[in-house]
Design a protein around this ligand. Structure first.
Ligand SMILES: C[C@@](CO)(OP(=O)(O)O)[C@H](O)COP(=O)(O)OP(=O)(O)OC[C@H]1O[C@@H](n2ccc(N)nc2=O)[C@H](O)[C@@H]1O
Ligand SMILES: Nc1ncnc2c1ncn2[C@@H]1O[C@H](COP(=O)(O)OP(=O)(O)O)[C@@H](O)[C@H]1O
Length: 288
């Protein structure tokens, strides 16, 4: 096998708490993340030449060594002294710099695909340990499904996923730097920390009302202060029928949770008129 076609799925954060600032500039966090059915298509081909060639259907992501998929392939080649190279074609559907782990999920599938193509026989845990060297969200993207994440995001415990919750996602036309948002967060100004047990309970009951009620993201106010439009989109989600709505990750994408596909479709129809980057999707797991 020299070539693999794979799908790299995005995530949302159902809960995001920041506990402390670490000496290396990162923060220790507590998060609950869930994969969603929004994905990039990636083709990875082994080539004889010791080179990494990235191509994409969009012009707004880097194609050279700054591409996170490039970094993943380079890490695998160096670590396992692979005597080959890779051509990686990325068809982007996940909005970029959106809080959806669009880059991280590309890195995750590259690590998993190279493991298969080169028959490295790495375990999921071994691949997650490699993934964190590229980005804090890469281990979750390797694991998939639904999980509690601690540490900088790499200490993961899988949860029973709650698939098929209907979602509408809206990304306002602006990009957010994750680093900037974490740096702007003042830990002393966090009014109330998310209740993780409440969310774990809601997920175990698979109760979308309780899940919606337990959603909380301490980065939300930081990003909203810079971009108030996020607050407006949250209100619109509720106005158009969402049970609950929140910003994912460092933003700026807002998701709404809906009782049915029909209700989600209705909200989607309204939101897409004003916000071009609006998506109808649902929670999903690629690890079943
Ligand atoms: C906020 C979250 C929530 O899932 O997601 P996104 O909004 O990026 O999707 C993550 O914590 C983002 O993970 P990821 O985007 O992989 O982060 P990285 O590339 O490793 O780091 C980018 C920058 O974010 C900051 N960072 C990231 C993770 C973390 N636990 N603490 C941090 O302080 C650091 O300043 C780092 O330089
Ligand atoms: N393969 C890739 N896909 C998406 N973004 C990438 C990729 N490689 C590098 N990037 C860069 O990474 C940055 C963060 O993108 P992304 O991972 O989509 O953010 P987020 O984790 O907030 O959703 C962007 O500035 C983008 O240009």
């Amino acid at each position: 096998m020299n070539e693999l076609k794979v799908m790299g799925y995005a995530k949302i954060n159902l809960l995001l708490d920041v506990i402390s600032k670490l000496d290396n500039g990162y923060h220790s966090v507590e998060m609950i993340m869930h994969q969603i059915d929004l994905y990039d298509n990636i083709i990875i081909k082994k080539i004889d030449k010791n080179d990494i060639i990235i191509s994409s259907n969009v012009s707004y992501i880097p194609t050279g060594e700054k591409n996170i998929a490039y970094k993943a392939a380079k890490l695998m080649i160096d670590k396992y002294s692979l005597n080959c190279g890779f051509e990686i074609a990325i068809e982007k559907n996940i909005p970029v710099a959106a809080g959806l782990a669009g880059g991280s999920t590309n890195a995750a599938v590259v690590i998993k695909a190279i493991n298969k193509i080169c028959d490295l026989k790495l375990t999921i845990n071994e691949m997650m340990n490699l993934g964190v060297q590229i980005g804090a969200d890469v281990p979750f993207c390797i694991l998939g499904g639904c999980a509690v994440a601690k540490g900088i995001g790499e200490e993961l415990v899988s949860l029973e996923s709650v698939d098929n919750i209907w979602l509408v996602l809206t990304k306002p036309n602006l990009s957010v730097s994750t680093q900037k948002i974490y740096n702007k967060l003042d830990l002393n100004l966090i009014e109330s920390h998310p209740n993780i047990d409440k969310m774990l309970n809601a997920l175990s009951e698979r109760n979308i009302y309780k899940i919606s009620n337990s959603m909380s993201n301490v980065l939300e106010n930081v990003t909203i202060e810079l971009y108030p439009v996020i607050s407006k989109i949250k209100s619109k989600m509720i106005e158009y029928g969402a049970i609950g709505s929140m910003m994912t990750g460092s933003g700026p994408t807002v998701f709404g949770i809906f009782k049915s596909k029909e209700k989600a479709e209705k909200a989607y129809t309204h939101l897409i008129r004003k916000y071009r980057q609006t998506y109808l999707t649902r929670t999903f797991s690629d690890n079943k």
